[in-house]
Design a protein around this ligand. Sequence first.
Ligand SMILES: [Fe+2]
Ligand SMILES: [Fe+2]
Length: 202
Amino acid sequence: MPGLPKPAEVRPLWEHLPQDLIDHLERVSRLSGELATRWGVDPEAAELAGFLHDIARAQRPDELLRQARDLGLPIDPVEQATPLLLHGPVGAALARAAVTGAGDDVFQAITWHSTARPGMSHLEQVVFLADKLDPGKAGYYPPGLEPLGQLAQAGLDQAVVFYLDWQLRQLLERGSVVHPAAVHARNWLLLRPHGDKLTADL
Ligand SMILES: [Fe+2]
Ligand SMILES: [Fe+2]
């Protein structure tokens, strides 16, 4: 049974991706590892999921939709209308087919990194947040997201809710549809008994 591969070992499989996307994958991998260490989550699984989270991000919307259908993935009407939302589930399926030695937890973290989901694991929360914490090409966070880094150090649940609140406001202001998993994730996090057990004494 092979061990968990390191990001550097799987990187050659995705060398064809645009360089700015590879740079994002590497930064999110590093951020995921750091945040995982902060919260007692397996940093190697987080680094691998962080590296793989956007491997389908460069694909065209029609291609994502076709692949999702071919893979037999469930397609929500919101995803049908906004196929870019399928890059997590499609990427997870591609990673599952290409990477041996990783557990289901890694692929779930890839699947749900855009929307979050109710019942999400701490590894899923770590990768979700690390993705949003990468300032990207602009080098700064969008207005309103600045506290996210500090919040992610203080508690995973509250940081994920903070981001989902921010995203929901953006979508509502634009009159956009909202992915049901994001709404269900937010409700689940708010209703979870006793909140996040992984909350720092700050
Ligand atoms: Fe993504
Ligand atoms: Fe990303």
